[in-house]
Design a protein around this ligand. Structure first.
Ligand SMILES: Cc1cc2nc3c(=O)[nH]c(=O)nc-3n(C[C@H](O)[C@H](O)[C@H](O)COP(=O)(O)OP(=O)(O)OC[C@H]3O[C@@H](n4cnc5c(N)ncnc54)[C@H](O)[C@@H]3O)c2cc1C
Length: 805
């Protein structure tokens, strides 16, 4: 075994082998995979190995599409059979909501050139004569759907990697990973040690134990999962061809051909955890005892749909473990707190995603960033707040609702509250309906009375009207928004300016009391973040950013060394904030402070330390609502005092508390982009209208990457659209946009009703040269075309008079 390698992959399951293959494919041949047993010794060997292309999340669809197409290429390249069967998949909708979901996926597939389309019942019956389609209102067909051979695919990745120079050592358990003073790692095994720049944790069921070797906890929890295979069924054996698989998600089971019988699997409500604290080290090719009673409700629904399945006996039952993250998406990416440690864990549909995940991991390690924005999968989305109790509750909910529709704006209650601010109880008493925001309970909207639960769906729900009242209240008088979910950083010392100047792309203020907006440029030159930077004192700055991206941004902060004598403090957990906004914001605040808030004394983008209602705050004259407003940042212990005073004063002026969902509408009326929606490392500054904030006459992080693309024409442009929302639904994000002649024109990044301007609105990335302001387009909301027009300016206050007034 060699003693040094560029990267060491721990775990020879499907995912680890794919990562090794893709690293080698990108030119890193000095790479090693260590497997404690035989390859496939975790979840991989016993999987049903179904493959699907379409997913609600666009980038996951891209990853799955890539993976589906890769298996045949792998076979051709390596000569190792992957057991690929692609007889197609039938997706069935029993409910109107499911139909909307499938129609939307069909529109997305058309946009991205993927194969997924609606078929008639006649055609479906020809494709799968054993299915009873009664009660099915819509059927989609994915011709490339099917299944693969778990072990064949893993061996093919391994063969492809070896052919490119990678080494694989079986029966070589990793017993320790020790970081060295220079940042490299020593990976210890009974057969010897390897020094490496990158450790990649692909240990599947043992992801937690391998992470613990490096001192980290991953929010993962294993469960049991069952499927069974029937004896021969005549209709299957005599079909003369392989039958398509059936995705009847409203029935909560999956079903496909296996040999001359059928394979049926289910995610039951009465689920079981396994190895809650630790996956046993000696566990390998064992299975759990069958417990088909647990999945019997689901199985009965499968047998109603495919009556032939009830005729045959059961040949084999598989009850094996799989390991989940709290939201069932992968835990992907370098651990922000550790140099050179990458995770790719918690993957549920590994056979649909292995190729894309391997490719994204390899891209990130070799080039510093993946080509697709992986933020939704980035392990940085969870912090230490995602503890065992939270993880277990969320996994239970994810497992039991695996096939439920996840609606836009849906907030699931499992495991909450995870963490709350002091004003939580007070907000609850005021009727706040909360969402989960980086672990915090965050007010989304205020109902007339406490205890109201929000409904979910693709159409407008019970929050739609109350949110409208909040938006109009703020625009007509004043609103108080909780912004304690923002991230707050403080940089202090003689090198504070230099550090910020080297990190961010805009000029950093040099005068106390000035603020600026500053983008962070990603490794590939895209937009990795946007911050408000304020000079608080001669040697002190405050930087406010997205709370969701706190750990994600840490990776970038660590790329710029702090000058001697300068400190960086993340105070997000101990700072709270409010945005007081609307035409009466000044009147409100002036009642509670002696500071002069007149436009002459306190201009837009200025800041000061002032006292409001007896509470010391940093006041910034900015507002994400696009209206006149101030952000007030205070110590967490003062949150209730400040909130009480602000809300009381607001009520006297005809205003009141406003939630995050109203903010989404307000910022879209003004055309402001938001991190994770519009702002993404996939897009260049000139595509997001941020190029004026990137200053080439100074240095900043990843400047060379931006310089290489700054003169390139935008591929897409951030635009704002007014939509004819005539089906009681607004865009929510992800909907494809076409020209009336069917040409793909773009996709929605955020959508909301603009209550003040009385228009349904969408922010969208529109393809350059395909459509421009003034053009008519069609937005596929609910999977149906909705007429829309691209606006030339935001419908609210385009000249910024309100903001600067
Ligand atoms: C019953 C069942 C049905 C399923 N059906 C499907 C399906 O239809 N479609 C689908 O896409 N997915 C399915 N899955 C999920 C799929 O199996 C997983 O997504 C996939 O196998 C995960 O692969 P992995 O490589 O991440 O992990 P694993 O397969 O768990 O591999 C991890 C590897 O790491 C090794 N390892 C652990 N610790 C160490 C160490 N210290 N040193 C060295 N090596 C170590 C282990 O021995 C193991 O080989 C199913 C799962 C189950 C349980």
């Amino acid at each position: 075994m060699k003693t040094h390698a560029q990267a060491v992959v721990i775990g020879g399951g499907l995912v680890g082998c794919s990562i090794l293959y893709h690293l080698a494919k990108l030119g890193w041949s000095d790479v090693v995979l260590l497997e404690r047993d035989e390859l496939t010794s975790g979840s991989t060997w016993h999987a049903a190995a179904n493959i699907h292309g379409l997913h609600d999340n666009t980038n996951i669809s891209r990853i799955q599409h890539y993976t589906m197409n890769l298996y045949k290429e792998l076979e051709a390249e390596t000569g190792q059979g992957c057991g690929v069967f692609q007889p197609g998949s039938l997706y069935l909708a029993q409910t109107e909501a499911r139909e909307h979901q499938l129609l939307l996926q069909e529109a997305k597939a058309r946009y991205y050139g993927m194969n997924f389309h609606k078929i008639s019942r006649d055609e479906a019956e020809r494709l799968h004569p054993l299915v009873n389609f009664d009660g099915i209102r819509c059927i989609m067909y994915e011709p490339d759907g099917g299944n693969v051979d778990p072990s064949g695919v893993t061996m093919a990745y391994a063969a492809g990697a070896r052919a490119r120079g990678a080494e694989i050592h079986r029966f070589t358990p990793v017993t320790a990973t020790v970081q060295q003073p220079d940042g490299s790692w020593i990976v210890e095994t009974p057969k010897g040690n390897i020094q490496t720049e990158w450790v990649i944790n692909a240990a599947g069921l043992w992801g937690r134990e391998v992470a613990r070797l490096a001192g980290i906890e991953l929010p993962l929890m294993p469960t049991e999962h069952q499927y069974f295979v029937t004896e021969t069924i005549e209709g299957v054996a005599n079909a003369g061809r392989r039958l398509p698989s059936v995705a009847d998600r409203d029935g909560e089971y999956y079903l496909r051909q296996e040999g001359n019988g059928l394979l049926i699997g289910a995610y039951e409500k009465d689920m079981r955890f396994w190895a809650e604290d630790e996956t046993p080290g000696g566990f390998g090719h064992e299975l759990f005892a069958d417990d088909l009673d647990r999945i019997m409700d689901n199985v009965m629904r499968a047998m109603d749909r495919v009556p032939a399945a009830a005729e045959a006996g059961i040949k084999r039952v598989i009850n094996g473990p799989m390991i989940w993250s709290p939201d069932s998406s992968a835990l992907f990416g370098p651990v922000p707190e550790l140099k050179g440690y990458f995770c790719c864990n918690g993957i549920i549909p590994g056979f649909s995603q292995s190729g894309g995940l391997g490719q994204m991991t390899a891209e990130w390690i070799v080039t510093g960033e993946s080509s697709l924005d992986m933020f939704g999968w980035d392990l940085a989305r969870f912090g230490t707040w995602a503890d065992k109790k939270f993880t277990k509750a969320r996994v239970q909910d994810q497992y039991a609702n695996r096939f439920s529709i996840h609606f836009p704006n849906e907030e699931r209650s499992a495991g909450r509250p995870a963490r709350v601010r002091p004003a939580y109880e007070m907000q609850k008493g005021m009727g706040a309906v909360f969402g989960l925001n980086c672990g915090w309970e965050h007010p989304l909207w205020f109902a007339d009375e406490p205890g109201v639960k929000e409904t979910n769906g693709f159409t407008r729900q019970n929050w739609w009207k109350p949110v409208g009242r909040e938006v109009r209240m703020l625009r007509d008088s004043v609103g108080v928004l909780d912004i304690s979910n923002f991230a707050n950083y403080f940089i202090k010392g003689p090198g504070a300016f230099d550090w910020l100047d080297q990190l961010l792309a805009n000029k950093i203020p040099t005068e106390v009391g000035r603020s600026c907006l500053a983008p962070l440029i990603g490794v590939r030159g895209g937009v990795a973040g946007d911050f408000t930077v304020t000079k608080l004192a001669e040697d002190e700055y405050m930087m406010v950013g997205s709370g969701l991206a706190e750990r994600y941004h840490r990776r970038f902060f660590d790329m710029v060394p702090l000058p001697a004598g300068t400190t960086f403090e993340n105070k997000t957990d101990v700072i709270c904030g409010y945005n007081v906004a609307g035409p009466k914001a000044r009147d409100l605040l002036q009642r509670l402070t002696n500071a002069d808030l007149s436009n002459e004394a306190f201009r837009f983008m200025r800041s000061a330390r002032i006292t409001v209602a007896g509470v010391e705050v940093v006041a910034l004259r900015v507002s994400f609502t696009g209206d006149l407003g101030w952000e007030l940042h205070c110590a967490q212990e003062d949150q209730v005092t400040l909130y009480t005073a602000l809300v009381e004063a607001a009520r006297e002026l005809g205003g009141g508390p406003v939630g995050g969902r109203a903010l989404a509408s307000l910022r879209i009326e003004k055309g402001y982009g938001s991190w994770g929606r519009e702002y993404s490392p996939e897009y260049w500054p000139q595509e997001l209208g941020l190029e004026r904030l990137v200053k080439m006459d100074k240095d900043f992080l990843n400047k060379a990457a931006y310089a290489a693309l700054m003169d390139r024409a935008p591929r897409e442009q951030l635009r704002i659209l007014a939509v004819e929302a005539n089906q009681n639904a607004d865009a929510s994000g992800g909907e494809p946009i076409f020209l009336p002649d069917g040409t793909p024109a773009g996709k929605v990044s955020s959508g909301a009703y603009g209550y003040h301007v009385d228009k349904s609105l969408a922010l969208a990335m529109i393809k350059e040269g395909v459509a421009k302001p003034g053009d008519a387009v069609e937005v596929y909301i609910l999977g149906h075309p909705h007429k829309a027009v691209i606006l030339s300016e935001p419908p609210f206050d385009p000249s910024g008079e309100r903001l600067r007034g």
